[in-house]
Design a protein around this ligand. Structure first.
Ligand SMILES: [Zn+2]
Length: 134
């Protein structure tokens, strides 16, 4: 699986977005260490709070299937009817990514034709780790 292929799967997942309120459509594709890909899209709700982002949809799908080791996450987003624009994960999603992924985890942002690779550490240098409980 190349980075471009993972971006293409995120782009395809973007097509499933349910975003009648923001009209901002996002798709994500999560590559596991075992080579499987879980995709997700943002799913909005009239009450707003139950809305979930594409990244968390993909991660929660994977974890609910027993996967907890991940290689890379591709994210493609943009306004409805427009080509993808550079879309970074929100803070909540960064915290969820940090729950399961190491600091050098690869996150691809952009669109399948033009994207950049970041590490989780670059996008989220300080996270709540759970060690705070000790
Ligand atoms: Zn998010």
């Amino acid at each position: 699986m190349t980075d471009k292929e993972l971006m293409e799967l995120a782009q395809k997942a973007r097509g499933k977005s349910y975003s009648p309120y923001s009209h901002f459509r996002v798709g994500a594709a999560l590559l596991t260490k075992s080579g499987k890909v879980y995709t997700g899209c943002n799913i909005e709700n009239a009450a707003f709070t139950p809305t979930i982002c594409a990244e968390r949809t993909a991660i929660f799908k994977a974890v609910s299937e027993g996967e907890k080791e991940f290689e890379a996450l591709a994210i493609v987003g943009g306004r409805e009817g427009e080509t993808a624009a550079f879309t970074a994960p929100c803070g909540v999603c960064r915290q969820v990514i940090a729950e399961f992924c190491p600091k050098d985890f690869k996150i691809l942002l952009g669109d399948p034709d033009q994207f950049r690779s970041y590490t989780l550490a670059a996008l989220f240098p300080y996270s709540f780790s759970g060690n705070e409980f000790n």
